[in-house]
Design a protein around this ligand. Structure first.
Ligand SMILES: Cc1cc2nc3c(=O)[nH]c(=O)nc-3n(C[C@H](O)[C@H](O)[C@H](O)COP(=O)(O)OP(=O)(O)OC[C@H]3O[C@@H](n4cnc5c(N)ncnc54)[C@H](O)[C@@H]3O)c2cc1C
Length: 374
């Protein structure tokens, strides 16, 4: 009989796992709210996988191949776009090129005179910039919905408005999944509940995942900015990407919220003002600059910025955890799907070792936040 897999959480991670498993397993996704209504619907959509997983070539290659292969399906588009890094106090950019190359990342130093010719719309700093290829962006809500539709076509079932309230465990096995409406008895459970995952396994498994809050602001100008590349201002720690409508989406400004469940869904006024002030540092012609919209969301951070995708060694043997995507869940969705399938079948196109829970000496959630805006 086909094994029944119950996925908790209908964010991009739960959807991607369901899509990957659906051909071989009987998959049901339970989502307490709506599909993609958590962090996945609030992300900026940068796919800077080449730098995020520097040194993990198979992860980078698999992710980019997957995005390109999925482009054009279910209304989804993957936008290839170069990504720039502006100068900062991290040291000379020329020196950083070598450091990136040692990690297998193809970075190139572009002096200001060449840079201005390439991107006349940019306010290129005197020190030039670093240029990375193998990067791009997606519209996160469009991507999540496309992955859900693809998973559905492959046979996965999605139920929204159903909250998983408890896991019943006997020995080393999850025997039942309690929801606010009924009880399920799947063969396996995949916990993909975003930053809320640790609470559901409290007492079973300690996860070093801490909710953090982060923000985006979209600004427009009289000029069309859709040809502006993606980029990062390291010192103020602000990233940006173009949009299809010719505006610029800028993000950053992270904090650990006291009450993540009730954290503001709008960006802070101080952050918005900071972005408006920074805008002329990115775009040369800011005539008619105007605020379009802004928002904020909560994601799960880990101490080393990599997610946890594992069967926790001390937990039930039929429980897989996929959480702590630390600002990279959109770009890591195909990776997560492949890694979970690998844990179930023993065959994975990506290494699963970087995602093991036992890489952490401590399970404490009292750790400093590492920004991953690069
Ligand atoms: C402002 C912002 C900008 C970002 N920018 C980027 C970016 O540019 N690139 C990138 O790759 N990533 C980015 N991220 C990060 C990315 O959004 C997340 O890493 C990713 O969405 C995590 O997906 P997830 O499925 O794990 O979590 P979520 O999308 O939060 O989904 C988890 C789901 O589980 C559900 N759930 C939780 N508990 C239960 C339960 N008990 N029962 C049933 N359902 C449950 C929740 O309702 C939720 O829908 C950004 C995030 C934010 C907030």
């Amino acid at each position: 009989m086909t094994e029944q897999v119950l996925v908790v959480g209908g964010g991009v991670i739960g959807c991607a796992i369901a899509r990957e498993l659906a051909p071989e397993y009987d998959v049901t996704v339970l989502e307490k709210d709506g599909i993609g209504h958590g962090a996945s619907g609030r992300a900026a959509g940068l796919v800077t996988i080449a730098t995020a997983y520097a040194g993990h070539d198979r992860i980078v290659d698999h992710a980019l191949e997957s995005f390109h292969a999925f482009d054009g399906n279910y209304g989804f588009r993957f936008h290839d776009a170069e990504s720039l890094e502006f100068p900062s106090e991290r040291g000379p950019l020329q020196q950083q090129v070598e450091e990136h190359r040692e990690q297998g990342v193809a970075a190139e130093y572009v002096p200001a005179e060449d840079a201005t010719a390439q991107y006349p719309m940019l306010n290129v700093p005197e020190g030039g910039y670093l240029r990375f290829d193998r990067t791009g962006w997606v519209v996160p809500s469009e991507f999540t919905e496309a992955v859900r539709r693809s998973a559905t076509d492959r046979g996965a079932a999605f139920e929204t408005g159903v909250e998983v309230t408890d896991l019943a465990v006997n020995g080393r096995t999850v025997t039942a999944v309690e929801t606010d409406v009924d009880t399920r008895e799947p063969d396996r459970v995949v916990l993909a509940g975003g930053w809320q995952s640790p609470a559901l396994v409290d007492g079973l498994v300690d996860l070093p995942v801490r909710p953090y809050w982060t923000q985006c602001v979209e600004l427009g100008a009289d000029v069309d900015l859709s040809d502006v590349p993606m980029g990062w201002l390291p010192d103020p720690d602000v990233y940006w990407r173009p949009t299809r409508s010719g505006t610029l989406l800028l993000g950053g400004g992270s904090a650990f919220p006291d009450d993540p469940a009730h954290a503001p869904t709008d960006e802070a006024a101080a952050f918005r003002n900071r972005i408006v002030d920074l805008f002329p540092h990115v775009v040369d012609d800011t005539s008619g600059a105007h605020y379009v919209q802004g928002w904020a969301g909560v994601d799960g951070a880990t101490p080393d910025t990599y997610p946890i995708i594992d069967v926790p060694p001390e937990g039930p043997e039929n429980l897989i955890v996929a959480t702590g995507f630390h600002g990279r869940g959109i770009m890591s969705a195909f990776t997560a799907g492949a890694a979970v399938r690998g844990l179930l079948t023993g065959e994975s196109p990506v290494p699963t070792a970087p995602f093991r829970l036992d890489r952490f000496d401590s399970r404490s959630t009292d750790f400093e936040f590492i920004s991953v805006s690069a």
